[in-house]
Write a new protein. Sequence first.
Lengths: 338, 338
Amino acid sequence: MSNSPNIPTLFDVAREAGVSTATVSRCLNEKQKVSQKTLDHVMKTIEALGYTPNFNARAMAAKRTNTIGAIIPTMENAIFARGLQAFQETLLTHGYTLLVSSNAYKPQLEEEQIRTLVARGVDGLLLIGYERPPEIYSYLERRGIPFILAWITLADQDHPSVGFDNCAAMRMLADKVLSMGHRKIGYISGIIEGNDRARGRLEGVRESLAAHGLDPDNLPVIETAYEVETGAQAFEAMMQADPKPTVVMCGNDVLAAGAIGKAKQMGLRIPDDVSITGFDDIELASILDPSLTTIHVPHRLMGGTAAQELITMIEEQSSGVRRTLDVRLELRESLQAV
Amino acid sequence: MSNSPNIPTLFDVAREAGVSTATVSRCLNEKQKVSQKTLDHVMKTIEALGYTPNFNARAMAAKRTNTIGAIIPTMENAIFARGLQAFQETLLTHGYTLLVSSNAYKPQLEEEQIRTLVARGVDGLLLIGYERPPEIYSYLERRGIPFILAWITLADQDHPSVGFDNCAAMRMLADKVLSMGHRKIGYISGIIEGNDRARGRLEGVRESLAAHGLDPDNLPVIETAYEVETGAQAFEAMMQADPKPTVVMCGNDVLAAGAIGKAKQMGLRIPDDVSITGFDDIELASILDPSLTTIHVPHRLMGGTAAQELITMIEEQSSGVRRTLDVRLELRESLQAV
DNA sequence: TTGTAGGCGTTATCAT
DNA sequence: ATGATAACGCCTACAA
């Protein structure tokens, strides 16, 4: 076997088939412009040679990649895994390929990731949340790259987005909690810096408190990374307070899972001794024991819708819309009236 | 604002800086070959113009992308999310970028995905498991693309790989189960077709049974997709048997989570009425109530090691090694002696 | 319907 | 140390 791999090119196929490279290219991209006879012949020799078009060359010549990029905080949180899976599936049915990049919740990495994806020639971009340096938006607009924001929608901004109102959603949950008689609430939040979803959720609790005549500034808040372990630690810390909270609300289900685990470990019964709530409604939420009261977010729908909208923007050269999806309160065992 | 985005190229930078394109290119790739003075000047104008090298053009000219591709069954199973995260982190520290592609456990899609990634010019490839049509391997070898297989190692094949012995691991767990007195075992397996990890695990149970003088052919097996819901259904079906199994072993933790949920729903106490075991030791396993007895697989280590090895293969042009990682039995509440 | 040839943005080889 | 210039593999007017 030869040591230097000999990869066939368009030219090789053309020579072998006895046609021009243009014809071979047409067989690949615009079949209708080629006679059935040559098409068959060319396809056969493509097959025989095991030819695959070189993507980079194609991208350069066509100025188009049929590729869409996505930048997410992490693949390890099920919400993004799910949403992206749906995003990808929808892209696929429209002939697009997905390029993912994750930044481990380090928003300062995002700018370079965007440049990298743009340098690769992505036709469009999916970004999470709204909050980022304005230069990024102007950069994208200057280069004419369509993009859509997901997992959030804000009334006071107008970039195309598909998501939900994190603040209103959490407010709804807090309203419920308060209506059940709870007055001592503790809140475990994700890191807020650079994460407007986390900020919105906290704000939702505060708004609810205020609406009920309570002082939002008295809300105990612990801010920590979105991990089970850190959720557990935060919960433990929070229960040192005197008086103890009767309910600990968490910024997402992962934190809540940690809280529930730690509570059991501390010998606390949920929800008798303390109620716990989450946010997202990942699969885990209904598996936990007790099952977790949370906000159900339609991650799959969001991913699929984002893909649809982005493709429309790309193909119709439209400027994109803002779509707000409904979330719902998922009342389960972990929350009880006091 | 102009409607046609004007993206600066190497040429633009060169013109603006009053040097040749070659010099600009050197400033980007081989700084040492350029005088400090011009370097500074060029870098400044690069900055000023907001220039970013075109990846596709670069790939074409350099025949190198610093990109590595990975094809996984799904992003939704935490084991791959974790492993890949580690894989990516390691790649990053060596200057490589990751391109992921998932196929929803449809192995027949893999071949095209491989071609796609190869067409994009990936410098190397991470694949899961060993089982695939031999043409794929010959294709990869013909094109001289380094690849490494993960999540499995087999004694009787010699492609480079980093993983563990799925069969031996599950045998260890089954041995434990049998040593605790269980004789009526039920097994819920993932879909075996095209998935050698799932097959190996089932085989491990069978081998253990045989070693204990039991007939492997009497082992009740339900084969189903790796989902919580299907795990629940399979568990319910399995408990219809007469006599009922005293332990239900599952091909992974996700199935086991479904089984535990369904068991509770059926009013069965675990492990008093029935024991349940999993495989993988994802975070969920220790969060479940009762906590899940399972096989701990070092997914992060596996991902990191795979990246190391693959990079070595690429940079040293070496042929790669086979590394078998240790797994361990994680004994938790869900398994009890009968 | 098919062929010719210019161009896409870099890198890399030669000169200078 | 720097500059010309030929690849790299493909697409796409434009011609025939």
